[in-house]
Design a protein around this ligand. Structure first.
Ligand SMILES: *[C@@H]1O[C@H](CO)[C@@H](O)[C@H](O)[C@H]1NC(C)=O
Ligand SMILES: *[C@@H]1O[C@H](CO)[C@@H](O)[C@H](O)[C@H]1NC(C)=O
Ligand SMILES: *[C@@H]1O[C@H](CO)[C@@H](O)[C@H](O)[C@H]1NC(C)=O
Ligand SMILES: *[C@@H]1O[C@H](CO)[C@@H](O)[C@H](O)[C@H]1NC(C)=O
Ligand SMILES: *[C@@H]1O[C@H](CO)[C@@H](O)[C@H](O)[C@H]1NC(C)=O
Length: 384
């Protein structure tokens, strides 16, 4: 509202009417009154401000306390539950650090059901996924799946697939280069974030399961060793790739070769992701024609934890045709005789006993192999 504007006439009138009655003493008294009122009001508002602030703080503290209490109910569940999403924005450095946490009390204070972490190192799609879906069915709670693909690849698994939203943050990796080992460590580290994962299996898109889930589970659970290939090959493709500059960390007598496709237990997985002693040596001195993914983990683990290694892989592969790459099998190769041969291909040791149960997985299979494999799986592979 606009203030009422007194006219010049009014003002004159007012002056005329009041002027004679104002004595200097009265003016002083009025001034004093205003002063007292002013001071009083200042004190009052100061008090109100402080009072309200304190009240606000109390209210804030109370609500913070309440929300903490409601969210967490701080139970053990909070520390045991795996991350709700596999996507995160941690750098490799941050991820490896977080994944290296190991409980020092060895007894779990809850019923921990150990799981197998199946880690797929792929470029993109998983053409044999329908076979794997059948393999996993009915074993929920006993496995976790992780997929490392090219960063540009967008997976489109439907929400009822076991592969739905199982991609981890990935980077470009090149065969035979350290970036390949980086991808494997990234897979291991992401899988280590789930405390229930006990066995870690590295697979490619060309791998298939040769046994049913329960067979594999018991095989890993009862084994005293982890299944990573590690042989001392004295030839040019073995010791021939050793570089003397790796001394003193790596002596040639510790130099090992193995296939890239491994199974390791939690202890070995942590040893791999926390390593900062051997990594720089392999990074610098094992470059093509030294293929670092065939040597780094087998050699490093042979030096650090040799007694936990079976020194053989559980993934069957056919090198018999010669050349730089193993044989790939397609539709025409898949029949009963072939699968039976693969399953019982060899005699090997398991916990110090000879056995023909040597292989749980096989590679390499082309997408065209899917149909006959789905057909033969129930009778020959024990699932589907
Ligand atoms: C995913 O994409 C491929 C090719 O882009 C398509 O053939 C396939 O049907 C899609 N799958 C699903 C589940 O949408
Ligand atoms: C898994 O395969 C084994 C033989 O390899 C068989 O004895 C067992 O019954 C199979 N389990 C299931 C759940 O099919
Ligand atoms: C390498 O290992 C062998 C056998 O274990 C040993 O005899 C040799 O002294 C070692 N070399 C060095 C330089 O330590
Ligand atoms: C694997 O090799 C290491 C030495 O390289 C040895 O200590 C270990 O006993 C071997 N494992 C088995 C199961 O023989
Ligand atoms: C396993 O078989 C090999 C021959 O293939 C034999 O020399 C060895 O003694 C056997 N080991 C056991 C524990 O039976």
């Amino acid at each position: 509202m606009l203030p009422r504007v007194a006219s010049a006439e009014d003002a004159k009138d007012l002056t005329q009417r009041t002027q004679p009655r104002v004595s200097p003493f009265r003016a002083l008294k009025t001034l004093m009154l205003f002063l007292v009122l002013g001071v009083g009001f200042s004190l009052f508002s100061l008090y109100m401000t402080r009072h309200l602030t304190v009240q606000n703080m109390v209210m804030q503290a109370r609500s913070t306390f309440q929300s903490c209490f409601e969210e967490q109910q701080v139970t053990l569940e909070r520390w045991v539950r795996p991350p709700s999403s596999l996507m995160h924005s941690m750098s490799d450095e941050e991820l490896l650090w977080r994944a290296s946490f190991v409980p020092q009390v060895k007894e779990y204070p809850y019923n921990r059901v150990p799981k197998i972490a199946f880690m797929y190192l792929t470029r993109g799609p998983l053409p044999l996924s329908p076979l794997w879906e059948k393999f996993y069915r009915g074993n929920e709670g006993l496995y976790s799946i992780y997929i490392h693909a090219l960063p540009s690849y967008v997976a489109n698994f439907s929400s009822d697939s076991v592969f739905y939203q199982r991609q981890i943050p990935s980077q470009v990796s090149e065969w035979g280069r350290m970036s390949m080992c980086d991808a494997e460590r990234r897979l291991l580290a992401n899988a280590l974030l789930d405390l229930s994962n006990e066995w870690f299996v590295l697979l490619s898109e060309a791998c298939i399961p040769m046994r049913n889930f329960s067979f594999m589970y018991q095989y890993f659970k009862r084994s005293k060793h982890s299944f990573i290939g590690a042989v001392d090959d004295v030839g040019p493709y073995g010791r021939g790739r050793y570089d003397l500059r790796m001394m003193p960390e790596v002596n040639i007598s510790d130099w090992r070769k193995g296939s890239q496709w491994f199974e390791v237990n939690r202890k070995l997985a942590v040893a791999i992701i926390k390593d900062s002693i051997y990594y720089p040596k392999f990074d610098k001195f094992c470059r093509p024609a030294c293929y670092v993914d065939e040597h780094y983990f087998p050699t490093m683990l042979t030096i650090q934890l040799p007694h936990l290694l079976a020194n053989r892989s559980v993934t069957w592969v056919d090198w018999s045709r010669g050349g730089a790459h193993p044989a790939t099998f397609g539709r025409g190769d898949i029949n009963e005789a072939f699968l039976t041969k693969v399953i019982g291909d060899r005699v090997c040791e398991y916990n110090g006993q000879n056995t023909t149960d040597c292989f749980l997985f096989a590679r390499k299979f082309a997408p065209s192999a899917l149909e006959p494999l789905l057909e033969l799986a129930p009778s020959l592979l024990g699932f589907g």
